[in-house]
Design a binder for this molecule. Structure first.
Ligand code: SAM
Length: 356
């Protein structure tokens, strides 16, 4: 699919054509990653962040947010809960926080890997190659880092550099793949200043980076952030809508048929009743029930009115299961590595030890 065709789909106004897009994405999903929906237990281990991202409620520039870091014991309790609920993976996510040191995270990963069958995904922001290699050798399986937008000028505007360190997330993602990580990235849809043309470039970038996992959701303004007051009302502004997010998701499935694609909580935030289900019917095959202890959830406020911040982990667990079953799909068993990763590993190293 070339740039023009992607752009046409993003702008398509004919409802019948869109129905065909959803059906095609669902068919490609079924043929390539199957009917199982994998559950990833999300643990938001801390909300300290050194970054000043214009869009994010965890930004260092934000005052008035109570900050927290979970202890190793609390995180391991969440991992034990993941095992109890039958999840195959935990996703350990936080703001970019140097006090979550290489040793602390490495010890945690090693402990989870030696005491549970879980795959471990890390999502801790832009970290150095040494730390990433250390965590990989401690047993970390996957890393998630969204490139947020492929428009370099827009990215620089919403994601100021840290000191003289200019971010190059696509390059980092390629290095992670070389280290043997299963690599996930993605974007926000409808960032002020983001055009349809930019979004088409994002979809092309998913394919160019040969991503194993693609996470995307609508941009949701946070009033206490610099970007929160911007409307981005330029003529070609892409709306931060639920429907445009499904289009990007469906196109991501078409250009990366073997990737794992979550139906994200940002979608559920826009449409609690059926956002997750519509995502799963339009290309997605993963959901991420939240395991974060309830007292911390309101503090992980990347955007306001996040879905499911008052539920317990047990409530999230049974809610997700029944949503999946209501679609006639089944809950995935085991770590659920992306077929793209498994194929890549077989091609590059003949390594067959990666988690299935
Ligand atoms: N610090 C890590 C990082 O930057 O990759 C992980 C945590 S960060 C909060 C996770 C993701 O939240 C970001 O990649 C971004 O896409 C998303 N996010 C942050 N603020 C958002 C907003 N206002 N609306 C939608 N998504 C947002």
């Amino acid at each position: 699919m070339d740039h023009d065709e992607i752009t046409r789909w993003l702008r398509e106004e004919d409802p019948e054509a869109l129905t065909r897009l959803w059906a095609r994405a669902d068919e490609v999903r079924r043929d390539n990653v199957g009917d199982q929906v994998h559950l990833r237990g999300l643990i938001e281990i801390g909300n300290y962040c050194v970054r000043r991202c214009g869009y994010c409620g965890l930004s260092a520039g934000r005052s008035g947010l109570q900050r927290y870091r979970m202890s190793a014991g609390e995180i391991l309790d969440c991992a034990a809960q993941a095992v109890e609920y039958g999840y195959g993976t935990v996703v350990i996510q936080a703001g970019e926080d140097p006090l979550l040191t290489a040793e602390f995270i490495g010890g945690l990963v090693a402990e989870i890997k030696s005491t549970t069958p879980l795959a471990v995904t890390l999502s801790l922001g832009e970290r150095g190659d040494e730390e990433l290699a250390h965590w990989r050798s401690a047993g970390a399986d996957r890393y998630l880092l969204r490139f947020e937008t492929s428009n370099r000028g827009l990215f620089d505007r919403i994601h100021p550099p840290l000191g003289d360190r200019r971010s190059d997330r696509p390059a980092m993602l390629l290095r992670m793949a070389e280290m043997g990580y299963e690599v996930g990235s993605g974007v926000m849809v409808g960032i002020p200043g983001q055009t349809y043309d930019d979004l088409a470039g994002d979809v092309e970038t998913f394919a160019r980076l040969n991503l194993d996992m693609i996470g995307l959701g609508p941009y949701i303004p946070h009033p206490d952030t610099p970007l929160g007051a911007e409307t981005g009302a330029g003529a070609d502004q892409a709306p931060a809508s639920e429907e445009l997010t499904y289009r990007v998701m469906a196109l991501a499935r078409l250009v990366c048929p073997l990737a794992n694609i979550p139906s994200t909580s940002a979608l559920a935030t826009l449409n609690l009743a059926e956002g997750r289900e519509l995502g799963l019917a339009r290309g997605a095959n993963v959901v991420m029930p939240n395991l974060t202890p309830r007292q911390y959830r309101p503090m992980y406020e990347i955007y306001p009115a996040k879905a499911c911040i008052r539920e317990t982990a047990r409530q999230c667990h049974s809610c997700m299961r029944s949503r999946i079953e209501s679609l006639g799909r089944s809950v995935g068993l085991g770590p659920g590595a992306s077929p793209n990763y498994l194929a890549r590993r077989r091609q590059t190293s003949g390594d067959v030890t990666c988690v299935q």
